[in-house]
Design a protein around this ligand. Structure first.
Ligand code: 6LW
Length: 533
């Protein structure tokens, strides 16, 4: 009798759902979020530029705990990112669900521009892209009107601009059977401000019987803002809301810790609450090392006007969580032992693979050396995962041997083909390289003759220190701590993507059949005060 009594009454503290949640809800490189609800399930997708697979998709039951469930673009033959700079590729997507089918509409900048994909299961498989030949611009979105007709909304350019960076948000009916925009194209808005730069990221909703157009303006940096516009007619005219901008941090000054907030998408919960996901950036010691992340804010309507975080009017680093069943999701494992049939979803490569460059066998990841190098705009043997913390420890263990001086394998912290760090094992040495704005420099090197090696990177605030060891302890530093400015926003770095950390192998232009054998890779975000070896 007594055992049962204890079990029922003393639920452990950790199981008591928290009342608050912390922002960002998706830390690290998660820009241009779009969200939809199906029943009591929420699905979110982000832009991903030239990372492959592309368009990461997340699932949640409570808008706070998100599980990575798949990618919208994962067929190498579908989209070719080779030759594209890191800031091109897959721009802002929109995810919607209609009549049992999920739709993601998106723009591949530098390839064939606008397309949509469909799926019955948001974890996939998704269809190959259905390209839209006559849809100008970027930031496409979909809206189904009461009559079942579907409308494409997008951001287009303006020929004779009345002011710099003037763009137009337009909509047009789309025939999803013939994959064409049909009928008249309606210019809906140039943004709220009478000199709004880059009116973009539009979404249309029907709320309380009226059409609400949500868009962003000011550009995705310091002056980012969201505005809403109303109409009784889907084709307009849309009238700007006098409350605009409904969200911006541009008036909070350059030191405010969360900035560039904008590019939002609204969702109504099954309990009648409204919430908005948007992108934003965090300052860390004055710079941004985690790029554009995904944030969440409450929305309450005053009439037709969506008020973001009533009483605060800004994105909060912590606030009361949605009135939804608290549903924690499995935490991604810190150590990846490569003992699964497929690579964990967190792993991506940069640009589109042209051939098989890795295999998983006997609980090892065999990474083939390829002639391609990460400095080029062509796919190379590089596997990275999003850096999601200001302080982290990453480690890996592998074995590799070569007699050739052009062959090397190791750890890589990647932002662009011009901005990265590599710590590479060569024939009989270990070399730390930093590339900043395309200038590569050998920072440090040590003799190393063993076949097996453990490499480590520890980032704290603005610095990253690299280490090596023959075993998984007693790590020795190589070189001095280096500044994370190299992979931070600004500095010639593509504003759109974000940093990743992982493994890289190359034969620097020469053919080879050599490969490296990775036993494991670990990445752990750490609280500053508890940085342990
Ligand atoms: C996105 C657009 C934008 O498509 O940047 O600056 C593009 N604004 O809304 C890439 O994130």
């Amino acid at each position: 009798m007594s055992v049962l009594f204890f079990t029922i009454h003393f639920t452990s503290i950790s199981q008591i759902p928290p009342t608050q949640f912390k922002n960002p809800i998706l830390s690290g490189y998660h820009p241009d979020p779009s969200i939809c609800r199906v029943g009591d399930d929420y699905y979110l997708v982000n832009s991903s530029f030239v990372w492959f697979p592309g368009l990461p998709i997340y699932h949640s039951k409570d808008l706070v705990n998100w599980e990575h469930i798949g990618y919208g673009i994962s067929n190498e033959k579908a989209v070719n990112f080779n030759g594209l700079k890191d800031k091109l590729g897959l721009f802002a997507p929109t995810i919607r669900h209609h009549n049992g089918t999920f739709y993601i509409i998106n723009t591949c900048v530098g390839c064939k521009m606008n397309f949509y994909i469909t799926a019955k299961n948001p974890a996939g498989p998704w269809s190959d892209p259905i390209w839209l030949s006559d849809a100008p611009g970027i930031d496409p979105s979909l809206f189904w009107d009461d009559d079942g007709k579907c409308y494409y909304t997008g951001m287009g350019s303006v020929k004779d601009k009345a002011w710099p960076a003037q763009t137009v948000v337009y909509n047009q009916e789309i025939d999803l059977n013939t994959h064409q925009l049909i009928g008249e194209r309606n210019e809906l808005s140039f943004g709220h401000a009478n000199n709004a730069a880059y009116a973009e990221g539009p979404h249309i909703y029907k709320i309380n019987g009226k059409y609400v157009l949500l868009l962003s303006e000011g550009g995705t940096e310091q002056y980012h803002a969201m505005s809403v516009h109303h109409s009784d007619n889907l084709k307009g005219p849309f009238v700007a809301d006098i409350v605009n901008p409904i969200l911006t941090h541009r008036h909070l000054g350059k030191e405010y810790p969360i900035y560039a907030v904008g590019h939002g998408d609204l969702v109504e919960t099954q309990n009648g609450e409204w919430w908005c996901v948007m992108l934003g950036k965090r300052l860390n010691k004055g710079i941004t090392t985690l790029a554009r992340e995904t944030f969440l804010a409450k929305v309450e309507f005053e009439g037709q006007t969506p008020i973001i975080n009533k009483g605060f009017g800004k994105v909060l680093s912590e606030q009361k969580r949605p009135d939804l069943p608290w549903t924690p999701v499995p935490k991604p494992s810190v150590i990846d032992h490569f003992d699964q049939h497929d690579l964990d979803l967190k792993w991506c490569t940069i640009r589109t693979p042209q051939s098989t460059y890795f295999t998983i066998k006997n609980s090892q990841l065999q990474l083939a050396l390829q002639p391609e190098v990460i400095d080029s705009l062509v796919h190379s043997s590089l596997l990275v995962q999003r850096i999601m913390d200001h302080h982290f420890v990453a480690k890996t263990s592998f074995s590799f041997k070569t007699q050739k001086t052009n062959e090397e394998v190791g750890l890589c912290v990647y932002r662009t083909n011009e901005n990265y760090f590599t710590l590479m094992k060569r024939k009989d040495s270990l070399v730390l390289i930093e590339s900043f704005k395309g200038k590569r420099k050998e920072v440090a090197s040590v003799p190393y003759h063993h076949k097996g090696i453990h490499l480590k990177a520890m980032a704290e605030d603005m610095k990253i220190q690299f280490y090596y060891s023959t075993t998984n302890d007693h790590f020795l530093p190589i070189g001095e701590p280096l500044s994370l400015i190299t992979i931070a926003d600004g500095q010639g770095n593509a504003q759109f993507n974000g940093p990743g950390i992982g493994i890289y192998a190359t034969s620097n232009g020469k053919p080879t059949k050599n490969k490296a054998f990775f036993d494991w890779f670990s990445y752990q975000g750490v609280e500053k005060k508890t940085i342990i070896d």
